[in-house]
Design a protein around this ligand. Structure first.
Ligand code: GTP
Ligand code: MG
Length: 349
């Protein structure tokens, strides 16, 4: 039944999707160390396409077979591993990314050719790690950051929150992240959006008190990176937001086991019948479109995305649809704008 539904969904998407590719591409980098959950987060966006389709007269489609095949496979793996197990070890069930790869999502008005291509740059997290990657690999990640108007920093949340953050550095490598930004954002000539995206965060966003603890911990454990963004040269150019995404939705952290010095994080389902059900995975998209719209409204000249901004001017229906979608950005319950609210303001008041 589910297969028939998915097949019909895909056929409808293909019928409504013309072969014409969008003229404009927005580059987005997925930043994060090995295994933090970058590729699974992209799968969660894909799974929640329906939340965007039909809403606000917008639709997201996948233009190429490779993006679809890789994300379909990842979704099947994630669903199986949630369905079959009540207790889940985090390294189970899915494969690592072995080389840099772009994932393409096309965005446009419902029923017509898409207008804007979102290119998510994914890569093996090991490329960030100076101790094991070649200097070319580290350089390639630095270039991805420099060329992208938007960077998502995926944070593996349980190591950040559990055991006073004892395993945070081991898993998330915040210092490596800071060094990469420091190099990539030298002499920055145009505004950028940085989205901290805590993933696997189900246990930490269920009530306001937990969610504000999460925000506080991010402020504390990424303090040096945040200081860098708020320094004089960057403060007016870099907007920084936090959008926690529940990338599985139905599992919560249960325990850490230390085996020969290596920590393993385990999760469990509240109820063994619970299914894979990501939540809020469209929020980073809402924020990134809000950022683009603001730049357009300000009539800023932004070298890497100038043509996109002009394009909005020619298509007011698309602009209105994006504006409606962007108005749905959450700003409570762990969602927050840490810097550069003026780069995200789209309403007159
Ligand atoms: N419990 C839980 N596990 C997750 C979640 N998202 C990803 N995982 C698991 O975390 C592991 C790493 O996820 P990936 O998405 O492959 O991580 P990555 O950042 O792409 O890793 P590399 O490709 O090696 O850089 C996988 O075994 C996933 O099954 C989540 O939301 N909850
Ligand atoms: Mg990956």
């Amino acid at each position: 039944m589910i297969q028939i539904f998915q097949w019909s969904k895909r056929m409808f998407a293909r019928i409504f999707q013309s072969k014409k590719a969008p003229e404009q591409t927005l580059k987005i980098t997925m930043l994060g160390a090995r295994g933090v959950g970058k590729t699974s987060f992209l799968a969660a966006i894909y799974d929640q396409f329906d939340k965007i389709v039909g809403q606000a007269n917008l639709q997201l489609t996948i233009p190429d077979d490779l993006t679809r095949d890789v994300l379909d496979q990842r979704l099947t793996e994630l669903k199986n591993f949630v369905d079959k197990n009540k207790n889940v070890k985090v390294t189970d069930g899915t494969s690592k990314t072995t080389s840099p790869r772009s994932f393409f999502f096309d965005l446009g008005k419902t029923g017509v050719s898409p207008s804007l291509r979102l290119e998510f740059q994914d890569y093996p997290g090991g490329y960030m790690d100076e101790s094991e990657a070649t200097s070319e690999q580290v350089k390639s990640v630095e270039n991805f950051i420099r060329e992208s108007a938007v960077v998502l920093i995926a944070i593996d949340t349980p190591p950040l929150m559990e055991k006073e953050g004892e395993w945070h550095e081991y898993f998330n490598q915040p210092e490596t992240v800071r060094k990469l930004f420091k190099k990539a954002y030298q002499n920055l000539d145009s505004p950028r959006l940085v989205i901290f995206t805590p993933v696997k965060c189900e246990s930490y966003v269920q009530n306001d008190r937990d969610a504000s603890n999460l925000l506080e911990r991010i402020r504390e454990k990424y303090a040096t990176l945040l200081e860098f963004f708020s320094a004089d040269e960057l403060r007016s150019k870099v907007a920084v937001v936090v959008t926690p995404v529940q990338t599985v939705g139905s599992v919560i952290f249960s325990r850490v086991e230390n085996k020969d010095g290596t920590p393993y994080f385990y999760f469990r389902k509240g109820d063994s019948a619970d299914k894979y059900q990501p939540k809020d995975s469209e929020q980073p998209l809402r924020y990134l479109l809000r950022f683009l719209l603001r730049l357009h409204l300000e009539k800023r000249r932004v070298p890497i995305i100038d043509s996109i901004l002009n394009f909005f001017g020619r298509d007011t229906v698309l602009k209105d649809a994006i504006s409606e979608f962007a108005n749905g950005c959450k700003n409570t319950g762990g969602f927050s704008v840490l810097q550069g609210a003026n780069l995200l303001r789209i309403n007159r008041n």
